[in-house]
Design a protein around this ligand. Sequence first.
Ligand SMILES: Nc1nc2c(ncn2[C@@H]2O[C@H](COP(=O)(O)OP(=O)(O)OP(=O)(O)O)[C@@H](O)[C@H]2O)c(=O)[nH]1
Ligand SMILES: [Mg+2]
Length: 193
Amino acid sequence: MKLNFKFLELMFIGSAAEFDQCLQHDKREIAFVGASNAGKSSAINAISNQKKLAKTSKTPGKTKLFNFFKTKFGYIVDFPGYGYSKVSKSQKKDWARELPKYFSSRENLVGAVLFTDIRNPMRELDLTMLEMLATYDLPVLIVLTKTDKVSKEEGEAVYKKINNSFGDSLNFSIKDNASIERLVKKISGLLSS
Ligand SMILES: Nc1nc2c(ncn2[C@@H]2O[C@H](COP(=O)(O)OP(=O)(O)OP(=O)(O)O)[C@@H](O)[C@H]2O)c(=O)[nH]1
Ligand SMILES: [Mg+2]
């Protein structure tokens, strides 16, 4: 199929297990957050049209570190997903400490994209995350993922509800090029405005 839009040129730069090890740079950055298995890493691959740039998995909890991806305008930071029961207690503790640190002290962080499965959107931990982001005055774009798994009507109904209740939202599927284009534009906008 011919595509007449530009994907984001993304390059994996590196990972950090803790806030103190995170890449220092002077560009803008946005955080990709969401529950484990919501589809963050798949979205990174889709918007860059690369199959294996970010590791994806059927087993939740694949992304364990802050992963930095460079675009022309700034950086995307892929966060580990929350809510995966097999994550160890000590790791949960580490994250409870590292995440607020990240949101409060990353000076170039301009916002977050919160990924949530359209079949079961904005669950308790998503709401906790949304509150945390609001605490730090970070604007949030909500991406409702895996829209290919629901009917068009259901997708639109959920979109309306989420957009009205929680703010700026977008329906998205890695199988829907129009939705990939919309996300690419939003991200370019966030990073360059
Ligand atoms: N049908 C469909 N499946 C998707 C879509 N996006 C992601 N998936 C699948 O959902 C699963 C989880 O996707 P990931 O991208 O690894 O999820 P993640 O949010 O990065 O998960 P963690 O790294 O655990 O935080 C994989 O099996 C993907 O193939 C989508 O738009 N449609
Ligand atoms: Mg991931």
